[in-house]
Design a protein around this ligand. Sequence first.
Ligand code: GAP
Length: 518
Amino acid sequence: MNQEDLFKKLIAHSKEYGFVFPSSEIYDGLGAVYDYGQNGVELKNNIKKYWWDSMVLLHENVVGIDSAIFMHPTIWKASGHVDAFNDPLIDNKDSKKRYRADVLIEEELAKIEGKIDKEIEKARGRFGDTFDEKVFRETNNRVLDNQEKWNALHARFAEALNKADLAELKQIIEDNEIVCPVSGTRNWTEVRQFNLMFSTEMGSTADSSLKIYLRPETAQGIFVNYLNVQKTGRMKIPFGIAQIGKAFRNEIVARQFIFRMREFEQMEMQFFVRPGTELTWFEQWKETRIQWHKALGFGAANYRFHEHEKLAHYANAAVDIEFKFPFGFKEVEGIHSRTDFDLSQHQKFSGKKIQYFDPELNESYVPFVVETSIGVDRMFLQVLSASYFEEEIDGGDGKKDTRVVLRLPAPLAPVKLAVMPLIKKEGLPEKAREIIDELKFEFNCQYDEKDSIGKRYRRQDAIGTPFCVTVDHQTMEDNTVTIRYRDTMEQERVAIDQVKSIIAGQVSLRRLFEKLKS
Ligand code: GAP
């Protein structure tokens, strides 16, 4: 299946099976805002739990908080967001469509990368097992030409971003003959800066009202609570504070489903360290976080690190973890060494001393910070796109059938177990309910008696349920059921008493945690 089709299918599937709905759909939707349905919310909660527990349970020096979305507006002045949280935008005069100038150039870079990948795949097909990608990259003229083109464009782009040179960004777009995907023309406006923060007013009268912002990141809620947590928790450096919460950005380009939203959720952890040790911790958290992703089993080749072309105003090192989405490698998580920028700024703007007394050094300092920041919604899209498969299967009587199956890691699956009476009478439904009543305290179970067993299996495959238990006439005689495994579609007859332990072994988050080193 080509990747564009896969992405369209994913969006349709998400809606059809209650994972993600466009927000305010009966009013024709609201741009880049989405709601999570009955299965989506379970998957999302499981992703959040996987992250939260991996931070807070597995690290005794990481604790959590939940800070408010509304914060004092000076926080955003201090953090630099009022002055510098901008994206460069450009309009096409013919289509009247608005784009991020940097994204247009990134897409041009991705196109060149695509050409290189195509040459490599063609050659791999031709040479088979003897193919040496490294040698091919170093000797094939078409690959070398494209690589040179990519290097030159990338260097020019990085310099323009670093200098915030908007005229140069426009010139790059012109020189590379980048066209508007809608009108196909190169009739562009100048590039302008656009602040991404949403603002609103707090207070009941016009005179007393205060302009406040919807937070564009959860991190600042952690920084301004640094002293509260350090003191009340008697935390010793190095230590971390984790938080999951909503963030809001008035994104210029809101495409690609839940990849880029205007209201989204972040899972962020700020790790406070002694100055001078931050780059060692940066490397350590890079490793810890990539392991967390890889433990899900979606394949190491689907991840890569991407060094930033331009460091944010607060960082002395930054890297993204990118995942291979159906629309290419894109950022899922950022790891930033944020120096002492934020705490120092809050110290300056609030006039309150924000320091740590280090008993080993016998001195006080403003801690440095290493941050890991991941979008819940992007993670959700990663999990969905890596798990979606269309398979040809045996439909019985020698006929072929197809199934859509979400091969979700079992600990993340919205429903862990479906219990199905073979028929709707002769005590089978009551027996099925008895099983659910026993297991519902441990696992999210679903009862399903409608349609043929085959159709019921298909429905559960489509939402990624790892286990289906069928109650039949034999169950009434010997208290055994058939348990059917989603991925292999194999079935086995087991005693009802065994069901709980079979499922528990597979759906516990512990299975994932055991794959994480220290
Ligand atoms: N505190 C640092 C920070 O916010 P960021 O790279 O701007 O860094 C971190 O955002 C993560 O938040 C991203 O890697 C991405 O997963 C997620 N994210 C950012 N903007 C988003 C958006 N508009 N929609 C969905 N997720 C977004």
